[in-house]
Design a protein around this ligand. Sequence first.
Ligand code: DC
Length: 208
Amino acid sequence: MSDTPFTVAIDGPAAAGKGTISKGIASQFGFAHLDTGLLYRAVGRRTLRGMAPVEAAQALTAEELEQGGLRTAEIAQAASKVAVIAEVRAALVEFQRTFARRTGGAVLDGRDIGTVICPEAEVKLFVTASPEVRAERRYLELAAKGSDVTREQVLSDVRERDARDAERSTAPMKPADDAVLLDTSDLSIETALAKAVEIVEKVRPANL
Ligand code: DC
């Protein structure tokens, strides 16, 4: 195995398909995967329990990410709020960079991986889809888990979070200049993943 780092950075808004594509690439190529949204969600959960955001970010442990229970709508909003704070983001940088440059290849998905965390990533994808399509996907996911949210609520949450994530001054969500855009609005997840795999395959070193 080569010990030269190989990083796949996958950014984009909520429910665009980043998670499925990232996991698919990781399993296809044997890379490690980090869903960086979980870091902000774990900090958000701590703040919902009364902790100050910066303190919460500084005290975060890797084990906390494995505990589960972080994928609720309430925690998503709390995550998006703490993610605006520059000191919170700063406290989480080193963990993400170390993960990105580990031996054997890494996939990180989030909002600022290709722009701030790993501008040197060998592959950068910006996965997107229309707000309506993303809200419908998220709604179906939540409904399947038994949640009684409405489509309108989910769409309004998606729009609110998009605006906050894209308009913040520190590390706003945006495609890196050299990112490949992948709009999944009209694609099945299988087709979207196949396209992403093709892009990675083109640049992956033969010995990785
Ligand atoms: O990807 P997600 O829905 O789990 O992310 C939750 C929130 O965390 C998202 O609304 C913004 C924030 N986030 C971020 O600011 N930067 C990242 N790299 C990942 C997530």
